[in-house]
Design a binder for this molecule. Structure first.
Ligand code: PEP
Ligand code: MG
Length: 586
């Protein structure tokens, strides 16, 4: 087949990070278990096939042992689950049955494994006892490990990619995405995912075009296929026609020129036409990103997602390591504020340790403040590091996922303990910092009048607030179309939160992705949000948008849109009044 015979394929997904790139595809993973081949073996090969299987099991056992041995003490208790996996490897129902199947059916080990595992999993899933039901997950983990050893497949290490490519993956975890090296990866596309998943947020921070929720990108693309990624419209074109190649190259240049022009104005303050200044801050995941915040004219750090320092490693960072990192950020940013959010682990940012138990609903599980209050040592280590760094600049502390009054009281008590300990130990620190909470759970909105009494500020996390209020998994492409920050219910929640804070003289900021969309900014100003925090790349356009607005107008506009009953109607009014060209500049 010649290049001319290859047909252009256009897929449409969700544009999760704006920009256009054109490059060669690089497949990251294709869900190994689905592509197991079946082949028959002759009787004389049965022995060697069984030996191959046994070797794969032995290797899996050694891998598990190594992980158990390297488990940090803080989570040693959870290693039990891996001990179960080691035992399961040799279980008669699994190990014995696979060997029997190779012998009886004269099939390859991979196929025998797949066959036995499917029926075993089905058997456990049909059990009514929830504990036994969950064992199906363990069987899946154990068999995947053995299968990978049989196939010799390993997940591609993203950090080691050494050519300029466009990544194509079934899914990318936030930990994988944060390994992307900008000089290597032009953009990425995934079968799964939605616009406010952490993977998408990282893509926007990196400033690389990305499209998610494509469903069959991995099935349609081969390594080295030419591919166009349009992160603005959500289109992905595989084997583009000459005509599309030229058109998209032209669009890419236009988009980049337009962004460069906006960037050049980024050092100007965000002052509205009627003279009100708004702070436009940056969200960061890693300390290195402060450079990008400053380059893009950020007024400070509105959200430092500290969990990324805990991901992709087998142990927990110690106080000294955390302190050094926080201090670097705080010193460089001083006197600008740095809002350090305490660990928001789990949800879609699971620790890299298999010792953590698998949760059915991780977004609703033991994450963020719940995890920290359950693990006081891990929490206190971080609080001490934050208080110490606070002696070097302007620090605010932010607690995530607060859903009740007692959680904030407990978190504050822990902060006091950390500070008293430091005082007794004679270690330099600063306890006189502003304390805030994320408003990202509906109960926090409902209780906002009470919560406002015990904190200095609120920071609204619309990514989770929308997920929980509208019952939309933020990473699920099937329901991504419902994820609308302008939903009347969300607007009312925002209004309630701002009013509750105002009544107590407290400040309200926003650090969810809603804050970074120029279309939402007039609405948010009308609502009374005082500070915006977003991906560093979004700062210049947000500042420019604010400079084009008049606060008085946004107030009257808000009164009008609060009367609208549907998200669609609100959207249309906002588009009509403040809409732009969608990013292409044409
Ligand atoms: C949010 O939920 O809006 C938020 C800013 O926090 P994260 O995206 O880290 O969950
Ligand atoms: Mg959140």
């Amino acid at each position: 087949m010649t290049d001319n015979d290859i047909r252009e394929i256009i897929l449409t997904g969700i544009g999760v990070s704006p920009g256009i790139c054109i490059g060669k595809a690089y497949l990251v993973d294709v869900e190994g278990i689905d592509i197991v081949e079946k082949y028959h073996i002759s009787q004389i090969h049965v022995h060697s096939e069984i030996k191959r299987f046994k070797l794969a099991v032995k290797k899996a056992k050694n891998e598990l042992r190594a992980i158990i041995d390297n488990t940090p003490d803080a989570i040693k208790d959870h290693a039990d689950i891996l001990e179960t996996h080691v035992i399961l490897l040799k279980d008669k129902l699994l190990y014995g049955k696979i060997i029997e199947t190779i012998e009886a059916d004269l099939v390859n080990a991979e196929w025998a494994l797949k066959k036995v595992v499917s029926s075993l999993k089905a058997m456990f899933l049909n059990m009514s006892d929830p504990y036994l039901k969950e064992r199906a997950i363990d069987i899946g983990h154990v068999s995947d490990r053995v299968l990978n050893n049989l196939l010799g497949t390993e997940k591609v290490n993203i950090a080691s990619i050494n050519k300029r490519v466009v990544l194509v993956a079934a899914d990318l975890s936030p930990a994988q995405t944060s390994q992307i090296q900008l000089e290597r990866v032009k953009g990425f596309v995934t079968d799964r995912g939605g616009g406010t998943s952490h993977t998408s947020i990282i893509a926007r921070t990196l400033g690389i075009p990305a499209v998610s929720g494509l469903d069959r990108a991995t099935k349609t693309t081969c390594n080295d296929d030419l591919i166009i990624v349009d992160g603005i419209s959500g289109k992905v074109i595989i084997h583009p026609s000459e005509q599309n190649l030229v058109a998209y190259e032209e669009r890419r240049i236009q988009y980049e020129m337009r962004m460069a022009a906006i960037d050049r104005q980024s050092h100007l303050d965000a002052v509205t036409l009627d003279g009100q200044r708004f702070m436009v801050m940056g969200n960061i995941e890693l300390p290195e990103e402060i450079v990008s915040v400053l380059d893009h004219g950020g007024d400070g750090i509105g959200l430092y997602r500290t969990e990324f320092q805990y991901l992709g490693r087998p142990d927990f960072p110690c106080e000294a390591e955390l302190f050094e990192k926080y201090k670097d950020v705080v010193e460089v940013m001083a006197p600008r504020p740095v809002t350090i959010r305490t660990l928001d682990i789990n949800g879609d940012k699971a620790l890299d340790s298999p010792m953590e138990s698998v949760e059915d609903n991780p977004a609703l599980g033991l994450r963020a403040i719940r995890y920290c209050l359950r693990h006081p040592d891990i929490f206190k280590t971080q609080l001490r590091a934050i208080l110490r760094a606070a002696a070097y600049g302007n620090v605010r502390i932010l607690f995530p996922m607060i859903s009740s009054f007692d959680e904030i009281q407990e978190a504050k008590a822990m902060l006091n303990t950390a500070s008293e300990e430091l005082l007794q130990e004679g270690i330099l620190h600063n306890r006189n910092i502003e304390i805030g909470i994320m408003i990202e759970v509906p109960s926090a909105v409902i209780l906002s009048d009470m919560l406002a009494e015990v904190v200095d500020f609120f920071s609204i996390g619309t990514n989770d607030l929308i997920q929980f209020s509208l019952a939309i998994d933020r990473g699920n492409r099937q329901v991504a179309y419902l994820f609308n920050p302008l939903h009347p219910a969300i607007l009312r929640m925002l209004r309630q939160t701002v009013e509750a804070a105002r009544a107590k003289g407290k400040k309200v900021f926003m650090c969810g992705e809603m804050a970074g969309d120029p279309l939402h900014i007039p609405v948010l100003i009308g609502l009374g949000i005082q500070e915006f925090s977003m991906n560093p790349n979004a700062i210049p356009l947000a500042k420019q948008t604010i400079r084009s607005l008049n606060v008085e107008n946004t107030l009257s506009f808000l009164t009008d849109i609060l009367k609208e009953k549907t998200a669609q109607a609100v959207m249309e009014r906002v588009q009509l009044q403040f809409g732009q060209d969608g990013g292409y500049g044409d």
